[in-house]
Design a protein around this ligand. Structure first.
Ligand code: ZN
Length: 289
């Protein structure tokens, strides 16, 4: 065990919520409830939280399983794909027996097997400008685990318009990136477009299906993504908003880069031009990593 690390605690705002737990729930979440930073009120916050996962693949798998295990009360899953043999090297929510099944159904079954108390809502659809805002309205936090820039920018812009916190992870080969974007939370918190103003030209950045990815790297990044989601729900620790975590598995190295709000940002700046999602064209399916 390492020496204790001081945790900067913000005062969590706890809305009126049900603090009654069954004996089984107290037992299931006992290691959370023991944590001073979580406790019974924190566990009740997790139970009241609604989190949407875009992509039920390499990142979405560990993310979903840990959020379900943690007792996040409502978890939505967006994916229009079916399980393929080539997914199983990293997408650990799916099994060989589920090849050919809808990913949202396969992943939801895995989550329910871990924790039948949580509600998993499968949305078998391709995220599109026409459905993104309606879908996001039902959730508190949105997580991006997709593998194409068209969907990433759509998710990011819809989050800005809907004022939803975006916990975004990405992987390629042996590298991963993770950040939290919530420009509605204050001037220190940039949005995705403060970092990436526009999608790269087609073909400039390869996808995992073109360049490959070490399966365990998606597990590391999806698990870190789950950790940041839980921190955001619980309002504990230091938020990753305003910082980008970059990991290099070959060097076993993590670093964080400070991110600033871009005053010229087209999505969250004072002269933002983002009003709706009509500029988006979704050519690729919202396939997950
Ligand atoms: Zn911005």
């Amino acid at each position: 065990m390492y020496p204790a690390v001081r945790v900067a605690l913000s005062a969590p705002y706890i809305p009126a919520m049900d603090l009654d737990f069954s004996e089984a729930e107290i037992n299931r979440y006992s290691r959370h409830i023991l944590l001073r930073e979580v406790g019974g009120p924190g566990q009740a916050r997790l139970r009241a939280a609604k989190v949407l996962l875009v992509g039920a693949g390499g990142l979405g798998s560990p993310l979903l399983l840990y959020l379900a295990a943690a007792g996040v009360g409502t978890i939505g899953l967006v994916d229009d794909d079916v399980v393929d043999l080539s997914n199983l090297q990293r997408q650990i929510a799916h099994t060989t027996a589920s090849i050919g099944a809808d990913k949202v159904a396969s992943a939801a079954a895995a989550a329910r097997a871990i924790n039948p108390d949580v509600t998993v809502v499968p949305h078998k659809l391709r995220l599109a400008p026409s459905n993104a805002l309606d879908l996001f309205a039902d959730y508190d936090i949105v997580c991006d685990g997709t593998d194409n820039f068209a969907t990433r920018f759509l998710v990011a812009d819809a989050c800005v318009l809907a004022r939803k916190t975006l916990v975004s992870a990405a992987v390629l080969r042996f590298e991963g990136q993770l950040s939290v974007f919530k420009p509605h939370a204050g001037p220190e918190c940039p949005c995705y477009r403060c970092l990436f103003p526009a999608p790269p030209p087609d073909g400039m950045v390869p996808t995992c299906s073109e360049a490959g990815v070490l399966g365990a790297v998606t597990g590391v990044m999806g698990t870190l993504q789950a950790t940041e989601v839980l921190k955001e729900i619980l309002s504990i620790g230091e938020t990753l908003a305003g910082r980008l975590l970059v990991s290099d598995a070959l060097a076993t190295r993590f670093r964080t880069i400070r991110l600033k709000r871009d005053p010229a940002c087209p999505a969250c700046g004072p002269h933002a031009t983002l009003r709706d999602l009509s500029a988006h064209r979704i050519a690729d399916p919202a396939c997950a990593v």
